[in-house]
Design a protein around this ligand. Structure first.
Ligand code: GDP
Length: 608
């Protein structure tokens, strides 16, 4: 059993390389993993690739197609696409992986998620291999099932080779623009500095052997230290499951060390750290579908690296993405308590940590199924291009208390009174409360759609607000009364004016400033051009006929010739509120000149 025999390198024992598959939606991550598994099924190779808990296991024998001693015993490919807790658990997923596979669709080149993923990988110093997938979609591609890519390419027509060439160059250029030097892996002489590109088809399998080989070669060449087996358990929780027969189980990736049945472990849960005893260690029987009953092999101990199902009590609220720590039997009580206390401080406070670091007073509320996703969403929302502030977060189904917390924003900043929910249920009573109170619950199945839906919500509520505030929006203007063209001297006042500055609109309240006093005249109730056309607004330099209708009793008594005359400019009667409305909803309709006029009128009208 290759899993029990770790490879030995000098006096080092190496564990399997752990890798994860990342990339933009539809790039082919799922298909690629399927293809890796499928290849094995075809060969009916019992000792070959097996499906593990949350991962696919590729023994090195399977990879050893070309001579060269292999030091790592195999690959553990985390079931990233299938794993809800991993598909967006980028930062945690990355820290768990030794090496990442970034899938790029050759027909599309680099996409948004790819660029972000690459940036995160760079940030965390994780090595990666770029897979240029879907080569079979090049026009005229001849299938060479499961062939090494170089061979498959040699088999293609000149046209296909040319298309491949320019598409490859395009991706290499895009990667370069993002700060990564890359090269086709078989041309890559400087793999420590230059990242490999492996072209593949996840449909017909070209390039898959190359990818597996590169994962092994590059990892053992560059991360010997990391891959050295040590007797200290390093383990990450992937998923929590409720099993009818087994009770609550947790699926974990054992990254290093050995787990034993009976081990005392400390796990971070939503309700704080829990110390519990491993009652059973399970792996699926080889070549059997996972999640079918009664298919598990029971183990006394298991060695890294592999995917393991742990049966233990008290794990119902375990948080995927956090680590599991073994409390050693040799530890004296005080020590192990101190250790689990440390664990508590480190893991139990993760959510608090997020709140402290990445949230602010005014912002949306985020809710997700796993800690990793939550972290990834908040990270994404906080990123410069997105800029959606977060005020709070929680894990698990949305309950009334979450809606209540989110509703605090109704008073502070209404558009942020929203819960961005990812892969969580909304409890019925929470839903009712949300619609009653006006908290918007936005759900989506990718982080990007979540942000898009939220932006859509913001846009819609802004438009709604804008409509509600239209009456309060006063655009700045100054108007010169044309003296010989005053047609009615009392309310409703009628005359021709020239727009001196700004823009005048139907609905704009007008006043005059006479000897230090402001007299309101009313609102522009209609406006006409010299040839009698009704218009809604007029800009600087235009001459229009305006009708100003008084609203308050005082306004109705104003008289041209007595309270004011042609020497007084008519000005729009702005207010603190109207300025705020302009700032909030009409920024795009305002220019510098308008803002300058606002400042001047503000002073004149003595507005704070
Ligand atoms: P994911 O979202 O990255 O997991 O993408 P999927 O694996 O679900 O693939 C998205 C679509 O692309 C599916 O319809 C796949 O069948 C297709 N696809 C994936 N890999 C390839 C490939 O190598 N060649 C072709 N022609 N189609 C592919």
């Amino acid at each position: 059993d290759s899993q029990d025999a770790c490879a030995i390198e000098g006096d080092r024992v190496l564990r399997e390389t752990i890798c994860c598959i990342l990339g933009h939606v539809d790039a082919g991550k799922t298909k690629l993993l399927d293809c890796i598994r499928h290849t094995n099924v075809q060969k009916g190779d019992a000792g070959g690739i097996t499906q593990q808990i949350g991962a696919t296991y590729v023994p090195v024998e399977y990879v050893k197609e070309r001579a060269k001693p292999h030091k790592v015993p195999g690959l553990l490919v985390i079931d990233t696409p299938g794993h809800e807790s991993f598909s967006n658990m980028r930062s945690r997923g990355m820290s768990l992986c030794d090496i990442a596979v970034v899938v790029v669709d050759i027909m599309h080149g680099l996409e948004k998620q790819t660029v972000e993923t690459l940036a995160l990988l760079k940030d965390r110093n994780v090595r990666f291999i770029v897979v240029l997938n879907k080569v079979d979609r090049l026009c005229g591609w001849k299938h060479c099932p499961d062939a090494p890519i170089k061979k498959a390419l040699e088999n293609q027509s000149g046209d296909v080779k040319r298309e491949f060439g320019w598409r490859l160059t395009k991706v290499v250029t895009q990667l370069k623009e993002n700060g990564f030097n890359t090269a086709l892996y078989y041309d890559n002489q400087k793999f420590r500095k230059v990242f490999d590109i492996v072209p593949t088809s996840a449909i017909s399998g070209e390039g898959i052997p190359d990818l597996l080989l590169m994962l092994v070669l590059r990892s053992q060449a560059t991360m010997m230290e990391k891959l050295t087996f040590v007797n200290t358990v390093e383990c990450t929780v992937l998923e929590v499951n409720d099993d009818k027969d087994l009770g609550t189980t947790i699926d974990v990736v054992l990254i290093n060390g050995v787990l034993h049945k009976g081990d005392q472990v400390n796990v971070c849960t939503k309700q704080g750290p829990v110390t519990t005893t491993i009652r059973d260690l399970l792996t699926p029987h080889p070549l059997k579908e996972l999640r079918v009953k009664g298919i598990y092999k029971h183990h006394k101990e298991l060695k890294a690296a592999q995917g393991v199902k742990i049966v233990a009590r008290g794990l119902k609220y375990a948080i995927p993405g956090t680590s599991l720590v073994v409390v050693k039997p040799g530890d004296d009580l005080g020590q192990s308590e101190a250790k689990s206390q440390r664990n508590e401080n480190e893991e139990g406070n993760v959510i608090q940590e997020i709140s402290r670091l990445k949230t602010c007073k005014e912002g949306v509320y985020v809710q997700a199924s796993t800690f990793g996703i939550l972290e990834a969403i908040i990270e994404h929302l906080n990123s410069p291009g997105v800029n959606v502030p977060v005020s709070g977060c929680n894990l698990g189904p949305i309950e009334k208390k979450d809606v209540m917390k989110a509703s605090a924003m109704l008073k502070r900043k209404e558009e942020y009174a929203a819960i961005l929910a990812f892969n969580v249920r909304v409890m019925p009573e929470a839903d009712v409360l949300a619609s009653e109170s006006g908290v918007k619950i936005v759900t989506a199945d990718t982080v990007y759609k979540l942000v898009d839906s939220f932006n859509e919500h913001i846009k819609r509520s802004k438009e709604l607000k804008k409509m509600q505030c239209a009456a309060n929006a006063v655009f700045p203007c100054t108007l010169k009364i044309l003296p010989n063209r005053v047609y009615r001297k009392k309310d409703p006042f009628l005359c021709d004016v020239e727009v001196l500055e700004g823009v005048v609109k139907v609905g704009t309240p007008i006043c005059v400033y006479v000897g230090g006093t402001v007299h309101g005249l009313g609102r522009i109730s209609s406006m006409q051009t010299s040839n009698g056309n009704h218009i809604d607004s007029a800009k600087r330099g235009v001459v229009v006929s305006v009708k100003i209708t008084g609203e308050s009793p005082k306004e109705k008594t104003r008289l041209y010739g007595r309270h004011f005359d042609e020497s007084n400019e008519l000005i729009s009667q702005i207010s603190r509120r109207s300025i705020d409305v302009l700032k909030e909803y009409y920024r795009d309709e305002m220019n510098d000149e308008n803002w300058q006029l606002i400042r001047r009128l503000k002073k004149l009208l003595d507005i704070a």
